[in-house]
Each structure stands twice: as structure tokens, then as C-alpha cells.
Design a protein. Structure first.
Length: 146
């Protein structure tokens, strides 16, 4: 073999090695292309399924806002009713409270007067009302002794 033939064989070996190298690099690039295609399809599917969900969520939020406006109206009305009841209670206390206290005091005074007239001795200050016993009688301070 001549030196020219050896150069041709070396060039041929280098060309075959280059073709093999390109072939080995083409397989991962081909698989990467398939992976990117699948990723693109997955993103499209997610987008197609998420848009209706987002639309439904937006309508749900709008409906909730409408209901909150109604609840706000109800709570405002309830606060107004509460204020009116408070004012009515104050009016009732001012209008009927003092006269009722006076009537109660009067009836108490009348009962005390009838009690003194019957000989009850006025205000009952101690002892058991059902037995009529007095504190001084139960302690022996009345001098009656047992």
C-alpha cells in the first residue's frame, strides 16, 4: 500500500466514524423531539380542561358576591331592628319603669301598714317566716329561757 492509499483508508474510517457519531447523536435528538411533542399535547389538554374550570370558578365567585350583597342588606336591616328594639326598651323603661317601681313601693308600704295594723310589729328582720320564729328567740336573748 502506498501512502496515498493509507490516507484514503484513514479518511474513509474518519468518515464512517463521523456518520456513526451523527447516528448516535440523532437518536437522543429524535427522542427529545418526541418528548417535546408530548409536552405540547399535554399543555394543550391542560389548557382545554382548565379554561372551563376557571370560567365556572369565576361564575361561582360572582354568585357568592351577589349573595354577600344580600347578606349585607339583611345584616344592615338586623342592626336597624336591634337599634329600634333598644330604643323601644329605653322608652318602655322610661315610661313604665318608674311608675311600676312606684306601684311596687306603694304596695309594699300598704302590706307593711296592714301588717302593723294586725299586730305584726312592722318590718320582719330575721328568723324563719314560715315558723314565725325570731333570731333573738332562737339564741336565747329574749330572756324566756328554756
Amino acid at each position: 500500500m502506498t501512502l496515498g492509499d493509507i490516507g484514503d483508508v484513514a479518511g474513509l474510517i474518519a468518515a464512517i466514524a463521523f456518520v456513526l457519531l451523527v447516528g448516535f447523536l440523532a437518536v437522543p435528538l429524535w427522542k427529545l423531539g418526541k418528548l417535546l411533542d408530548e409536552a405540547r399535547l399535554s399543555v394543550r389538554d391542560v389548557t382545554e380542561h382548565s379554561v372551563p374550570i376557571l370560567d365556572e370558578a369565576a361564575s361561582t365567585v360572582a354568585s357568592a358576591n351577589t349573595q354577600l350583597v344580600k347578606v349585607d342588606t339583611i345584616t344592615t336591616s338586623a342592626a336597624s331592628v336591634s337599634e329600634n328594639v333598644s330604643a323601644l326598651t329605653g322608652l318602655y323603661a322610661a315610661t313604665l319603669g318608674k311608675p311600676l317601681v312606684k306601684v311596687a313601693a306603694f304596695s309594699y308600704g300598704v302590706r307593711q301598714a296592714f301588717g302593723q295594723a294586725k299586730g305584726g310589729g312592722g318590718r320582719h328582720t330575721g328568723g324563719d317566716a314560715s315558723t314565725g320564729s325570731d333570731k333573738s328567740a332562737s339564741t336565747g336573748a329574749s330572756g324566756a329561757g328554756a
